[in-house]
Design a protein around this ligand. Structure first.
Ligand SMILES: [Zn+2]
Length: 235
C-alpha cells in the first residue's frame, strides 16, 4: 500500500474520530480548513452525516479537502487517481467564501447542499448510476447525472438536524448552482437553474416522507427526471 494512501486514509479516519470535539483547529493550508472557523467546526459532522445517509463505508468513504479554487468558485467529486481507491470530494475555498457572502448568514443549508451534491456523485458512482445516466442521455451530456445528484442532495436535507426551516431549502437551492461543478455551462448541458432547483425541491419533498433509504431515493429521482424531462432520454 502506498504511504500516500495510508496518510490520506489515516487523516480522514482521525478526523472522523475528532468530529464533535471542540478541539479541531486548523491552519489555513490545512485540507480541512476553509479559512472560516464557523465553517470548519461543521465540516466533520457534515462529512459524517453524508457518509451515513448515503451508506458510504470502507473505500467508498471519500477523501475530503478544501482547496484553492482561484478565480472561479468550484466544487467537485473526483474519481480515484491511479493507485488509489477512494473518490475525493473537493470544495473550493472561494466557493465557501462566496456562499457565506451571498447567503446572508444562512450558509449552513447552502453549504450542506453543496457537500450533499458532491456526495451524491460518490453514491452514483458506487451504485452504477453514473454510467446508467450517461448511457441514457440523449445528448451524451452530464445533465442527467447532475440533476439526479441535485435530487439526492435535496433528499438529504430534511435529515440534517441543523436545517429546520423550509426557507433553508430556498437558500440552499439558490446558492449552490452558482458553484463550480454544479455551475451550468453555456451549452446548457447541466440543465437550467430552475430545472435544477425543481429537482432539488422534489428530492427534499421525497426526503420528508422517505428519509431512510438512498437506493429508493435514487430510483425515485430517476423516475421524477423521466417524468419531467422525457426528451432528455435516448428513445
Ligand atoms: Zn455535480
Amino acid at each position: 500500500m502506498a504511504p500516500h494512501r495510508l496518510s490520506r486514509r489515516n487523516l480522514l479516519l482521525a478526523s472522523f474520530l475528532a468530529a464533535g470535539t471542540s478541539g479541531v483547529t486548523a491552519k489555513s493550508h490545512d485540507r480541512f480548513s476553509s479559512g472560516f472557523r464557523q465553517i470548519d467546526d461543521g465540516v466533520l459532522p457534515t462529512l459524517e452525516f453524508l457518509s451515513r445517509v448515503f451508506r458510504l463505508e470502507g473505500d467508498w468513504l471519500p477523501d475530503f479537502s478544501f482547496f484553492d479554487d482561484g478565480e472561479r468558485a468550484d466544487a467537485r467529486a473526483e474519481d480515484p487517481i491511479p493507485g488509489f481507491t477512494r473518490m475525493h470530494v473537493k470544495i473550493g475555498r472561494r466557493a465557501v467564501a462566496e456562499t457565506i457572502k451571498i447567503s446572508s448568514g444562512d450558509f449552513g443549508a447552502a453549504l450542506t447542499g453543496v457537500f450533499a451534491h458532491e456526495f451524491g456523485h460518490v453514491y452514483q458512482y458506487k451504485k452504477g448510476y453514473r454510467k446508467r445516466l450517461l448511457d441514457m442521455d440523449a445528448n451524451a451530456s452530464v445533465r442527467l447525472v447532475e440533476i439526479h445528484s441535485d435530487f439526492l442532495a435535496g433528499w438529504t436535507l430534511p435529515q440534517a438536524w441543523w436545517i429546520r426551516k423550509v426557507s433553508d431549502l430556498r437558500v440552499a437551492a439558490e446558492q449552490f448552482f452558482e458553484l463550480g461543478d454544479i455551475q451550468f455551462e453555456a451549452q446548457g448541458h447541466h440543465g437550467t437553474s430552475l430545472q435544477r432547483q425543481t429537482l432539488m425541491a422534489a428530492g427534499y419533498t421525497w426526503g420528508l416522507s422517505s428519509p431512510d433509504n438512498p437506493d429508493k431515493a435514487a430510483e425515485r429521482g430517476l423516475a421524477v427526471i423521466k417524468d419531467l424531462f422525457p426528451q432528455w432520454f435516448r428513445s
